[in-house]
Structure formats: structure tokens, C-alpha cells
Ligand binder design. Sequence first.
Ligand code: 13P
Ligand code: 13P
Ligand code: MG
Ligand code: MG
Length: 392
Amino acid sequence: MRTTLSVIKADVGSVAGHYKPHNEMLRYAQKKLNEAKTTGLINSSYVTHAGDDIILIMTHRKGENDPEIHGLAWNVFKEITENVAKPLKLYGAGQDLLSDAFSGNVRGLGPGVAEIEFEERKSDPVIVFAADKTEPGAWNIPLYRIFASPDNTAGLVIDPQLQRGFIFEVLDLQESKVVELKTPEELYMLLGLLGTPGRYAVARVRRAADGEPAASASTTRLSLIAGRYVGKDDPVMIVRAQAGFPAVGEVLAAFAVPPIVSGWMRGSHRGPLMPVSFKNGQNVVSYFDGPPRVIAMGWQVSNGKLIGLDGEEPADLFADPFWDYVRQKAAEIAVYLRTMGEFEPARLGHEEMEYTTLPLILENLKPRFKPYEEKPTAKAASKKSEPKEDVD
Ligand code: 13P
Ligand code: 13P
Ligand code: MG
Ligand code: MG
């Protein structure tokens, strides 16, 4: 029997600015998902947060893009907004619900979605990642490392099942187009796209040998939907591990050297993606509304249900003291980048700043710009007429 794992997330308001959802919001979501378990709509669930984003994780038998499952998530976010976030005047109440036009699918309306439907193997470990203060392209470097870099994933070299490679489904977020590229053969072309994470993001990865789904990521870009900056996308991602997929430790290793990602303060800066535990107060942002961070939750999917360490409680995969070293590095990089203030590349480039309030400020300067023509000096003019030498 096929099982579907659905991860649907939204920022519908938070306490102390963009810090953390109110506990009542999380309790509300838990209650609604528990009700959905009693009616049999879903088999198991877990509710958590990544910084100020609420993450709903559900297993069920209804397949991907199911209107009832999406409807459940949509109603949870709507009700939390109306019944908790607005009455308490939480910050950014309903922030990610960009449209009221729900008609069976939350895609394109603001919430982020990652889903995988699969036939359970003999044993099926999965990892769900959730990030705050960044965009979907933040997964580009980790996904490249996990599924295509032999320096990260030993299995690509020593496991015959992995050696046949993976197919990356890459979205052009501006043109709403998709392209499939197969590694290792088309790796260099793949990197040509993934190197521009503001435009190209990986939606899915499949095993090349049999098309078995390996990973799925949310690709919502809120600014492209809204046409202006309304908060960062804060993506989620599902990765299947072991026995024909990269090992859990290979998947996590991809986060050991923090990639520099877009987001952070006002969604307008670049900072290191810091891997954090979700058990001990690390799963919130503070310094300059960041730095951007990511949590990793580990389960077995067994007989249609999430099996964690105790009931549905997941393994906290970045809690190991090893990650203290990575967090320390990330903090150093974060402070270093901030020494640049509002200069690129610490601040986002011109194109991405178009969705922020910076253009309003530059618009005011427009009338003050006067035509300017450089008057060539006699020396420069005579140099111009000399024949040019070929230069490599
Ligand atoms: P164990 O021998 O602990 O099961 O580990 C096997 C493995 O492949 C680890 O990556
Ligand atoms: P969020 O996208 O997490 O709401 O953050 C928005 C922001 O502007 C932080 O400075
Ligand atoms: Mg927010
Ligand atoms: Mg957020």
C-alpha cells in the first residue's frame, strides 16, 4: 500500500516580531490534526515550528496534491490566523496566506508544500528539514552535495545502487518552467542552474535507475506571488535515506559547512544556514533576525505512520554536539558578513531588492540625477585612435 508524506507550512503570525509562533497556535494545529486522525483522514502527524513558521507533517493514503489534505492544512492556517493570531495581535498575522481563493490546493496561495508518495520499503527512514529566514534555493547546495557530490556522499562511489545516479527536477521560478537533469552525466549543466538559487530551485530528486522518489522540496516564492516582499519563503524538504538512497549521515553531512543563503533581516541579506536542534531553544532567530537556520527531524515511515523515538516524536538530528562546531562557524560567518553593512554581497543584489522597499527610496533620488557626459582629455582621445592589440 502506498503512503504519502505531506509537509505543509506557513507563517501566520508570531510573537516578538518574526521570532516564534505563540504556543496556542501550535496547540490549535495539534488539536485539528488529532481530530483528522480520529476521522481517518490522516494516519499520523507532527506539528512543529521553524523559527516563526508553523510546520504540519502528516502521513496518509490519499496521494500528493489531495484536496482534502490541502484543505485540512489551509483551514488550520486560516483558523489559527482568525482565532489566535489576530485576536492576540501577533506580528504578521496571516502573513503567508496571500489569497482567499482556495480551491483544493494550497500551491500558489502562499503556504509551502513538500510531498512524497511511495511504496514503503522493508524499512523507510525519512528526514524532514524546515528552514527559517531563507528561500527554496537554500536547498540547492545541500541537495547537490547529498545526491551528486561524491565528496559528500560516499555511497555514490561505493554503493552500486547509488552509482547509477539521480534525476534532479529543477524549477525556473521566474518563468514557471521545469527541466530534468541526470547526474552524474549532466552534473555541470545542473550546477550552471543551481548556482543561481534566487531563480532556480530543486523541486524533486528521483533515483535514475527506477524513478523512485528520493527528495521533495517546497518551491514557493512569496515575493513572486505577491509582487512585493511579504516575508521570506522559509522552505521545507523531505529526504528519504538508506538502502538505495544516501545514508542519514550522508544527508546530514551536507549541512556541515554552512552554505550562504538569501533571506535573513527583511529578507534582503545573505547569511550562513545554521543547523540547529529543535529541543533546546535553538530553533528561533535573534541576531539581525537570524542567521537563517534549519532543523532536521528523523522518523521511520512504518505501515503508513510516522514512527519517531517515542510515538510521533522525531529524532532531533542536529542535536549532536558535533553541530556546536558548525553553529560556531556559522556565527563567525554571520558576524563577519554583517561587518559589510548594506553592501553587496552581504545585502542582496539589485534584482532581488526590487521586491523590497529600497526602490521607493531610490525613486526619490531620481529627479536629482542629471545627464553626465565624460569629456575626454586630449591624451585619452589620441589613445583611442591607436590600433588595439589583441589581448587574451
Ligand atoms: P551500522 O553498522 O551501525 O548499521 O551502520 C551502517 C551504515 O551504513 C552507516 O552509514
Ligand atoms: P519571516 O519570513 O520569517 O517572516 O521573516 C521576515 C523578516 O522580514 C525578518 O526580518
Ligand atoms: Mg514572520
Ligand atoms: Mg519565517
